[in-house]
Design a protein around this ligand. Structure first.
Ligand SMILES: [Zn+2]
Ligand SMILES: [Zn+2]
Ligand SMILES: [Zn+2]
Length: 263
């Protein structure tokens, strides 16, 4: 199994437009200012590509999808898993069209997430929309438990995030991916047991956030799950790659865009 981190940033991305408007010298920790020189401080919106059995699975299609596909030279996508329907996770769906020329692309997500996708991009599902090259061709499947995909089982990990009913992480064999989470459900904790590689939300050092884990909370949850390796994602400009590594255990790290891992 090969994993490529397409994006590791929070919904604003890093550098943020806000810091550009204020002047990068005011960026609280200098992360946005350093983004041009340090690729680990250039964070597009969170998404990963997982490849196995010659199949390519995208988890989330954020607003930076186009740039991520070009950067990583993604030649095909065979399926898309959707963690939830927030804009930073579905905003790139129109660019899926380039990968759905031969056949519609299957999307999998909770009833809530699929409903959000169908409502946000209703034109793509409206039979009266004239067919053409501008349309993403998508089929949607609502999942409410483990399901088979390309000779593996994908196990949803239910999590709590901003009052959503159907926000999920996904476990695929040795991998678990959870980009947006405040707390994990008992079922989610059960489903994640024994995972080797955990990829987990880590928004900022503080203050506490209503819908995301902060650094200490991310470290504590990772210790509780106890995988062999953990990478943090969905980071804001408050997480400094070098300065904040002191808070991590040796088996943890902050991910960066373009990082590849083989399992
Ligand atoms: Zn900044
Ligand atoms: Zn979210
Ligand atoms: Zn998000």
């Amino acid at each position: 199994m090969n994993i490529t981190f397409l994006g590791t940033g929070t919904s604003h991305g890093v550098p943020s437009i806000d810091c550009m408007l204020r002047g990068y010298e005011h960026c609280p920790r200098g992360v946005c200012r350093e983004a041009a020189a340090d690729p680990r401080h250039r964070r597009t919106r969170s998404s990963i590509l997982v490849e196995w059995n010659d199949q390519t699975v995208l988890i989330d299609a954020g607003p930076d999808l186009r740039e991520q596909c070009l950067r990583e030279k993604i030649l095909k996508i065979d399926a898309v898993l959707c963690t939830h329907g927030h804009a930073d996770h579905i905003g790139g769906i129109p660019d899926i069209r380039s990968y759905s020329r031969q056949r519609p692309l299957p999307f999998y997500g909770s009833a809530e997430s699929i409903g959000k996708i169908r409502a946000t991009f209703s034109y793509a599902f409206d039979p009266s929309t004239p067919a053409g090259g501008g349309l993403p061709r998508i089929t949607t499947t609502v999942i409410d438990g483990p399901f088979p995909l390309f000779n593996r089982t994908v196990i949803p990990i239910p999590v709590r995030h901003l009052g959503l009913e159907g926000c999920l992480g996904f476990r695929i064999g040795p991998l678990a991916y959870i980009p947006d989470i405040k707390t994990i459900t008992p079922t989610g904790l059960e489903n994640i047991s024994g995972v080797k590689l955990l990829i987990l939300n880590c928004l900022r050092r503080g203050p506490d956030h209503v819908s995301h884990l902060t650094l200490q909370q991310s470290v504590e949850l990772a210790r509780n799950i106890a995988p062999a390796r953990c990478y943090f994602i969905h980071m804001s400009h408050d997480i400094h790659y070098r300065l904040d590594r002191a808070a991590l255990d040796p088996w943890m790290d902050f991910a960066w865009d373009g990082l590849r891992i083989s399992l």
